[in-house]
Design a protein around this ligand. Structure first.
Ligand code: CAA
Length: 378
């Protein structure tokens, strides 16, 4: 697989046109206002980008995960904040329902998510369960009609807007990950509340918040997958989510490279273009090589996940490589811009801040290395 099919190129080009004409122009203003881009999210839905791999029978675009990755990179090239909204909707909220839901659950939720009528989120992280995701303390208690959830989640992307939250609760805290159950929660269920909304370094037009579950009743039919089977759903979902963050990171990295190249061609020092200085040429070469390497890892992981294969190793390698590359490229772009790069008037300043999250969420680089080394060493 060293070339894209005509269909994949068409999806990528459609996303590219939309991203550059409609998303890029307002990116800087949204970064400053922190405003959730509701109109752009509606446009993403119209273009089929909120349900890229949801089958058409459930209202989605019926494409594969590679198509999703190609489109997402283009959106993130323009604005990684808009991109993460799309990424969470597809990878973290819709995918587990598609992969583990009953027919009734798929029919009830996927069309609303693909159409953008319902924004989704993925509620796993807790104040004391971040990297150690198995330490879930949100209590899931059985009741006569289903379940009751009590606890607090944090760092939840799309939390304030979410109508649907794939939420993890623990039936047996002592059993750690073996007690975890997954639920499809609607924000209209009594006992659900959005807590503190975070003010962030980057990806500022996306919203990140606490979610509070205070004796929230969940109907029995909203258990996702098997009782005590939630942790594996969470991990399999994160495998795919990591491909999405890899695509996001690639978008940031590619934008940083393109801006750096344009600046290097136009800026003169010591009587010649800075692109003619070897110090700059080497930076451009390293940026390009790292982006292309990470992109191939990301495409392969997407292809494997789309083919239904377990791809934890490949997803973690893609995420590690792409997120470290985004940070590297944003750093080097600022360096090439010199003092201009430190000014909020230049886009590379925003890229530098936006890139920073990619080595943190959906598993830090250290967690990716843990998954990779465990796969290699056993
Ligand atoms: N797919 C399916 N099953 C998996 C799996 C996967 N990818 N990974 C692990 N499992 C299974 C294991 O086989 C094991 O099964 P058994 O109980 O049958 O043996 C079980 O899950 C437990 O696995 P581990 O022993 O490996 O679990 P662990 O407690 O050591 O944790 C970990 C492993 C990789 C560190 C995991 O906790 C992890 O990924 N942590 C990071 C969490 C993370 O990425 N959080 C981000 C949250 S989302 C977010 O960022 C917010 C947002 O809105 C964007």
């Amino acid at each position: 697989m060293f070339d894209l099919s005509d269909d994949l190129v068409a999806v990528r080009d459609m996303a590219r046109d939309f991203a550059r004409s409609e998303v890029l122009p307002g990116a800087s203003a949204r970064d400053r206002s922190h405003a959730f881009p509701a109109e752009l999210v509606a446009r993403l839905a119209e273009l089929g980008l909120l349900g890229v791999f949801i089958p058409t029978e459930y209202g989605g675009s019926g494409l594969d995960i590679l198509a999703y990755v190609l489109a997402l990179e283009e959106i993130c090239y323009a604005d990684a904040g808009v991109g993460v909204i799309m990424s969470v909707q597809n990878s973290l909220a819709s995918w587990p329902i598609l992969a583990f839901g009953t027919e009734a659950q798929k029919r009830a939720y996927l069309p609303r998510m693909a159409s953008g009528a319902a924004i989704g989120c993925y509620a796993l992280t807790e104040p004391a369960a971040g990297s150690d995701a198995g330490a879930q303390r949100t209590r899931a208690t059985k009741t006569a009609t289903g379940w009751r959830l009590d606890g607090t989640k944090m760092w939840i992307t799309n939390g304030p807007q979410a109508a649907i939250a794939v939420t993890y609760g623990n039936l047996d805290v002592e059993a750690r990950h073996r007690g975890v159950c997954a639920f499809i929660v609607e924000s209209s269920f009594p006992g659900f509340q959005v807590g503190k909304v975070e003010e962030k370094m980057g990806i500022r037009c996306s919203s990140t918040s606490e979610l509070i579950y205070d004796g929230m009743e969940v109907p029995a039919e909203n258990l996702l997958g098997e009782e005590r089977g939630g942790f594996k759903i969470a991990m399999a979902t994160l495998d795919g989510g990591r491909i999405g963050i890899a695509a996001q990171a690639l978008g940031i990295a590619q934008r940083a490279l393109d801006l750096a190249v344009a600046h290097a061609r136009g800026r003169t020092t010591f009587g010649k273009s800075i692109a003619d200085h070897q110090a700059i040429q080497w930076k451009i070469a390293d940026m390009k090589t790292r982006i292309e390497s990470a992109r191939l890892l990301t495409w392969r992981a997407a292809w494997m996940k789309g083919a239904g294969q377990r791809a934890s190793l490949e997803c973690s390698m893609a995420k590690l490589a792409a997120s470290e590359t985004a940070n590297f490229c944003a750093y080097e772009a600022v360096q090439i811009f010199g003092g201009y790069g430190y000014s909020v008037e230049y886009e590379v300043e925003r890229l530098y801040r936006d890139a920073r999250i990619t080595t943190l969420y959906e598993g830090t680089s250290e967690i990716q290395r843990l998954v990779i080394s465990k796969s290699v060493l056993g």
